[in-house]
Ligand binder design. Structure first.
Ligand code: HAM
Length: 485
């Protein structure tokens, strides 16, 4: 029997020449950028399980939403509890906040999560039955600044990854009473065209008419063109908030498009909603979306505290990074590849390998006992920076040749100093990156002054170190001369 992965799922392999976006190094890189930006903006990680009691999603996301009505992975466990694989991350985070009384530690809490979400939808490029989301939830703050921080966090992440051609769509959908009034007006407008709408939109006419506005069907899109705008229904408070959000975005030079048809597919939103779309992704163009959801915590039995956040599909981010040829970090290379010749050398090298690894040095070793030529090929394959061949002779003399693979040069080094020498090689990397940064032209006088101070300090330290080296070398020379006499 041949096992195959279920439809709509995918594996992430170290290398996949056909599907570059499914290669693990790029996932690791994007996830590390996500963690970094979350930390820079002050968001802490909150992990929740991948399944919850089904009721959590039915009540919070909304029973008429696609995610719940059509796409939920529902199952009963052996105790006959009705459970669901999580289709999104907001409701579980709210559940955890209430369950652990996290708001007792302060009413302002900022969380982020990265993890798989499950939606039973028709799979296509950019849409999977298991996708991975990076999401943030900022609790306790109703200010427009908070909304703009949420938008800019996603936008800054995408810019840091090198993405262009991004569009930020924003809208204000008011509170429930606004949406109820708007729904009536929208239905009145659509009623005469009901028969012309797509089947999906016809089904939504009664259950969730707002979603007809963001239907992907071309004919539906034409029909809703002249529909009333929700922005004509929002109240003064909503409008003031939305104007402030736009003003703040203008102040920091982030461009946006006000899109009155953006309604989002989940029930819990109010006021500001947004989506970041990329023209490189085809039909599934949303890199992420979210907005304000002030009533959710209270509705779920928690305190009446406002909140705002977004979720973003990591698959789509990675696909956009590849489509736009954004710079990717060079894959890390092992500092050393050890090739032992013979059993004694193998024992020696294995101990050395462990010592190097304990000292944070990235090292590998040939365990197969193959000939030097073949082992060298392996070292090349893993792109080792240096190779050390250790045989009986090397163990006897205490010296071996350290081969630098890129230049092909050899340097005789004492075996006792391997760890020390490699530590120096590994730690000089960041130092070189720092020197490179110094070479770039400065943007302002303050910039230049700041770096100047740093350079002075570095030069002083380097001078002190050089003097110390001279002293140590002189001492060693003295010792050698003494032993030769
Ligand atoms: P969402 O718009 O349903 O929002 O999903 C967020 C993002 O997840 C989408 O913009 C898209 O990038 C990605 N995504 C969704 N479904 C799929 C799929 N089937 N395959 C691939 N990627 C997908 C939420 O889930 C809200 N919880 C976001 C939020 C957080 N709002 C406030 N806080």
């Amino acid at each position: 029997m041949k096992y195959q992965i279920p439809t709509g799922l995918f594996d992430i392999l170290p290398k996949d020449p056909k599907e570059e976006w499914r290669c693990s190094p790029i996932w690791t890189y994007v996830e590390s950028q996500i963690r970094e930006i979350a930390q820079d903006f002050g968001y802490l990680e909150l992990r929740t399980p991948i399944f919850e009691k089904a009721d959590l999603f039915l009540r919070s996301v909304g029973e008429t939403s696609d995610i719940v009505s059509k796409e939920l992975y529902l199952f009963q466990d052996k105790g006959e509890r009705l459970l669901a694989l999580r289709p999104e991350g907001t409701a579980p985070v709210m559940r955890a906040i209430i369950e652990h009384g996290l708001l007792n530690q302060g009413r302002n809490q900022k969380y982020f999560y990265i993890g798989p979400m499950f939606r039973y939808d028709r799979p296509q490029a950019g849409r999977y039955r298991q996708h991975h989301q990076f999401g943030i939830e900022a609790i306790g703050n109703r200010s427009p600044e908070q909304d703009v921080e949420v938008i800019t966090l996603l936008y800054t992440l995408l810019k840091r990854l090198g993405l262009n051609n991004l569009e930020i769509h924003i809208n204000c959908i008011g509170d429930r009473s606004v949406r109820d009034a708007f729904k009536h007006a929208l239905k009145d407008f659509l009623q005469p065209h009901l028969a012309e709408l797509s089947k999906e939109s016809q089904a939504r006419f009664e259950t969730n008419p707002l979603r007809i506005l963001d239907s992907k069907n071309e004919n539906d899109q034409k029909l809703v063109k002249g529909a009333p705008s929700i922005l004509d229904f929002i109240n003064d408070e909503n409008r003031l908030h939305f104007e402030k959000v736009k003003e703040l975005l203008d102040d920091i030079g982030i461009e946006y498009i006000v899109n009155p048809q953006l309604v989002r597919g989940l029930d819990y939103y109010n006021e500001m909603v947004f989506e970041v779309v990329s023209s490189d992704l085809g039909a599934q163009s949303s890199l992420g979306g979210g907005g304000r959801y002030d009533g959710l915590l209270k509705m779920m039995g928690g305190p009446d505290v406002p909140a705002s956040g977004f979720g973003s599909g990591i698959e789509r981010i990675i696909q956009a990074v590849i489509a736009q040829n954004c710079p990717l970090p060079v894959e890390p290379r092992p500092t050393l590849f050890l090739i032992p010749l013979g059993e004694t050398a193998s024992k020696y090298a294995f101990k050395l390998l462990q010592e190097l690894r304990q000292q944070n040095i990235s090292a590998q070793m040939d365990f197969t006992g193959r000939k030097v030529g073949k082992a060298m090929q392996m070292a090349n394959q893993v792109r080792a920076q240096n190779v050390l061949v250790i045989g009986d002779k090397e163990i006897e003399t205490g010296f071996a040749e350290l081969k630098e693979m890129d230049s092909g040069t050899n340097q005789r080094i004492p075996l006792d100093s391997v760890v020390r020498i490699l530590r120096i090689l590994e730690t000089s990397g960041p130092y070189l990156a720092y020197l490179e940064e110094m070479e770039k032209p400065f943007e302002s006088k303050d910039d230049a002054q700041f770096f100047m101070q740093k350079v002075h300090r570095t030069l002083e330290q380097t001078k002190m170190m050089t003097e110390k080296f001279h002293q140590q070398i002189a001492e060693l020379k003295g010792l050698i001369e003494e032993s030769e006499e």
